[in-house]
Design a protein around this ligand. Sequence first.
Ligand code: ATP
Length: 257
Amino acid sequence: MIGYDNVAKSFGGGRIKAIDGVSLTVQRGELLAIVGGSGSGKTTLLRLTNRLIDADAGAIAIDGRDVRSVDPIALRRGIGMVFQNGGLFPHLSVAGNIGITPKLLNWPKTEIAARVDELLHLVRLDPAQHRNRLPHQLSGGQRQRVGVARALAARPEIVLMDEPFGALDPLTRDVLGGDFRALHDRLQLTTVLITHDITEALLLADRIAVMHRGRLLALGTATELAGSRSAYVAELLRTPRRQAQRLGALLPRDGAA
Ligand SMILES: Nc1ncnc2c1ncn2[C@@H]1O[C@H](COP(=O)(O)OP(=O)(O)OP(=O)(O)O)[C@@H](O)[C@H]1O
């Protein structure tokens, strides 16, 4: 569904190699997580995908079509994008935020209103209670749900998510992650999700891409990564492994559910 072929992108007149020869294929229907330290190139890769920036070298294809042959605005309208903290327009209501792409696409008003309510149901927010609120009148988790609804408004096949659950408490994060995974499956989306949290990546994604200094260091399922010989990947997996062992010992299986 998305193919990256030897993609490179530098900043600062070539001094900062943000992406340094990345090749990777995201399968249709897959949820791929990208993990890696700060500055490893995760956001740059996402921004290249919908042409918020263009690559210096290599090619990116969506459904077999080079993204450079598609009008960037049309491209972005066909790809849902979810940001950390929702990225909602503060002066627009929930309905205004969710309906923004359909409005740009000149959908009739009644159709937009029906779609907003349908999407609020989809992300498990009561339309009557939420559609007229402003973003600051929502909790962090509710804002992210609205962010997901907005990304899905024009029925994209691809969703790009940049640390969507990063600023949430661990319980909300877990629930939202699970809810999104269910939506991804139900709507047969292809999703690329950036996260700092390797545990979240292991639990949610079909495959995980590990980025390090602009390069793709490893790519695979949890089991495949566990067999990686990279010292960096072993270090990444050490914390969730240790936590799983400690929690297994601390929480007996037949305790409170
Ligand atoms: N517009 C820009 N101008 C100059 N340098 C940039 C720009 N965008 C990104 N960079 C640099 O490119 C490198 C990769 O940045 P990127 O934002 O892709 O990393 P990241 O892995 O998403 O980091 P984080 O997890 O901290 O968000 C960094 O060194 C960053 O400073």
